[in-house]
Design a protein around this ligand. Structure first.
Ligand code: NAD
Length: 491
């Protein structure tokens, strides 16, 4: 264990010990290592689940479904609320654990724990807001009662970039709706989801309601779930390519699916924007989580009149970014998730330069062996460069010049993806008009963050299907049923 890992808070170690010892009783001999991406050191060995383990998880979820669905909304709500309290009281340990396995800087991990916990608080409140409709058929011959039912066992699949929030954004609404779940976290970061499930047990959640299945064989485990008639919902967050493959496999059983997929967010700066605010928010929109966010600003469109002013101030801020081990108190940006990710981002930079852009600044790399990539700004990338169609998923900021509204919108909307977008302008009416014309499920107006548990998170086009968070997040785990009741005229 490295010196830094040795200085982890006891609370983080205790969480790891608890999840590893809970796993050690599980049948099966294969194991896999979870490693620290900043050093390559092994954090823990976990049982590597195969389809048989996945099936046992569905057995447990299916057995518990009738009892959990019948549990009073207030009782379900209180378990969710206690989980929120436990995540907050354990936030130091959870954040350190997440940094350890994911690499992200501790302030990013702390912010994620707070955000992830909020899904339990929000859906604890939503769990008791059950509603329906009672109506009269137009001809008066029947009454109509419309209700929502929990859809059943839900299969949840989550990525490594937000190991806590992507799990709680699905678990909390599923449980609030009365569903039980099986969840497959990414193999890079399974400990955070296991730690949250551990806290849920402490909050009073009965065994079998939430079943976490870590595996290095995602295709095998998830395929077994898609083929299992007891599984009634797939909620997936990850890349568009894997999402498309799962959608086509879900077609066989006409499975209800929710898809939160990749992004290619434009960050638009108008000539009347407050440049100080735009640069401050650009640093958040681009470099939060080291650029490994589906909502990360992926393409900067800056009006010609303020191009130089914005680019220079942005470059000054980027050069000053401090990289290091995520647990180090001065670190602002940790490593990428793997050395493979570093190679992918490097290739992206080379292609952007090949298309006509030029690297204007790079921050300094730390003296560590891990998967680090220096934050980089690339100026003068042509608006039609093919490379702007791709998700960078790293700390690289390509800047494009624009001057006409229509030309800007053609470039912004010329992508198959449509998750987040950002608009900066001193003219709110222009900003709103521009936002409305953008193919994006979420638009930040003069701010660089769009995520909020009370707002519907999701994308247009190939960025996904459905929304998470808000009321809509709960509806994704329910089926609508209506009763048509005879209403004889003279009864
Ligand atoms: P990924 O698609 O490689 O993996 C996501 C999950 O799918 C992981 O759990 C992985 O193990 C699993 N998986 C991989 N191959 C599979 C298969 N054949 N069958 C079943 N499951 C499989 O994505 P990633 O690299 O972990 O995450 C990054 C991507 O996720 C980016 O594209 C990012 O934009 C996207 N993302 C989207 C959102 C959103 O809310 N829209 C949020 C976070 C991340």
């Amino acid at each position: 264990m490295t010196q830094l890992a040795a200085s982890l808070p006891m609370s983080a170690r205790r969480l790891v010990e608890a999840v590893v010892s809970a796993q050690s009783g599980a049948p099966g001999s294969d194991t896999f290592d979870v490693t620290d991406p900043a050093t390559g050191d092994v954090i823990a060995g976990l049982m590597d689940a195969g389809p048989a383990h996945g099936e046992r998880a569905v057995d447990a979820a299916a057995e518990m479904f009738p009892a959990w669905a019948a549990t009073a909304p207030r009782a379900r709500s209180e378990i969710l609320r206690r989980t929120y309290d436990l995540m907050i009281s354990n936030s130091e340990g959870l954040a350190a654990l997440m940094t350890w396995e994911n690499g992200k800087a501790l302030p990013d991990a702390e912010a994620e724990v707070a955000y992830a916990a909020e899904f339990f608080r929000w859906f604890a409140e939503e769990a008791v807001r059950t509603d329906g409709q009672y109506g009269q058929a137009p001809n008066g011959a029947s009454r109509t009662i419309v209700t929502q039912h929990p859809i059943g066992v839900a299969a949840l699949v989550t990525p490594w970039n937000f190991p806590a929030a992507m799990a709680t954004r699905k678990i909390a609404p599923a449980l609030a709706a009365g569903c039980t779940v099986v969840l497959k976290p990414a193999a890079e970061t399974p400990l955070t989801a296991l730690a949250i499930a551990h806290l849920m047990r402490d909050a009073g959640l009965p065994d079998g309601v939430v079943n976490i299945v870590p595996t290095t064989r995602p295709g095998q485990v998830v395929d077994s779930w898609l083929a299992d008639a007891r599984v009634r919902k797939l909620s997936f967050t990850g890349s568009t390519n894997v999402g498309k493959a799962l959608l086509s496999r879900s077609a066989d059983r006409v499975l209800s699916t929710s898809m939160e997929l990749g992004g290619n967010a434009p960050f638009v700066v108008a000539r009347d924007a407050d440049i100080r605010v735009a640069v401050r928010e650009a640093m958040v929109a681009k470099f939060r989580n080291g650029g490994q966010a589906c909502t990360a600003a992926n393409r900067f469109f800056v009006h010609s009149d303020v191009y130089e002013q914005f680019a220079t101030a942005f470059e000054d801020a980027v050069v000053g970014l401090r990289l290091g081990h995520g647990l180090h108190p001065r670190t602002q940006i940790g490593p990428l998730v793997s050395t493979r990710a570093v190679a992918g981002v490097q290739e992206w930079v080379e292609r952007a330069v090949h298309s006509g852009g030029h690297v204007s600044v790079r921050a300094s790399l730390p003296d560590l062996p891990g998967a680090f990539f220096a934050p980089t700004v690339i100026r003068d990338v042509p608006a039609d460069a093919a490379v702007l169609q791709e998700e960078i998923f790293g700390p690289v900021a390509p800047i494009v010049r624009w001057s006409e509204d229509d030309e800007l919108l053609a470039a912004v909307n010329g992508s198959d993806l449509g998750l987040a977008a950002y608009v900066f302008s001193g003219d709110l009416a222009w900003a709103l008009r521009t936002a409305e014309r953008m193919d994006a499920g979420m638009v930040g107006v003069n701010r660089g963050v769009v995520s909020d548990p009370s707002a519907p998170f999701g994308g247009m086009k190939q960025s996904g299907i459905g929304r998470e968070g808000a009321r809509e997040g709960l509806r994704a785990f329910t089926e609508t049923q209506y009763l048509s009741v005879a209403w004889p005229a003279n009864a």
